[in-house]
Design a protein around this ligand. Structure first.
Ligand SMILES: [Zn+2]
Length: 99
């Protein structure tokens, strides 16, 4: 279990990265050296804390490259396996930034 302060530091770093450019979960995972599933947890928390700062986590959602289907909010952080519409697995990854 990480100390609270470390998690705060990582979240601040993620917010600062996303304030300067649009990044995917994989980009963030490499930038802060954490597994992608931990990034997802941080993003969830960051989204809520940004609301209190009158900022917003902007999401370019996962999108099917074959039929253009856009994935809804429920799957915004975790990469979907296949398109529910055309069953294709060519999915464009979601990107995030802070505004
Ligand atoms: Zn599709």
């Amino acid at each position: 279990m990480e100390p609270f302060d470390d998690r705060q530091t990582i979240r601040q770093e993620i917010i600062s990265l996303l304030s300067s450019e649009e990044l995917t979960i994989r980009d963030l995972s490499q930038a802060v050296s954490l597994p992608e599933k931990e990034i997802v947890g941080h993003l969830d928390h960051i989204e809520r804390s940004l609301q209190r700062q009158k900022k917003k986590l902007m999401i370019t959602p996962y999108k099917c490259l074959t039929c253009g289907f856009t994935f809804d909010k429920r799957t915004r952080f975790t990469k979907p396996g296949r398109c529910p519409d055309c069953k294709n697995s060519h999915i464009q990854v979601a990107q995030f930034y802070v505004k």
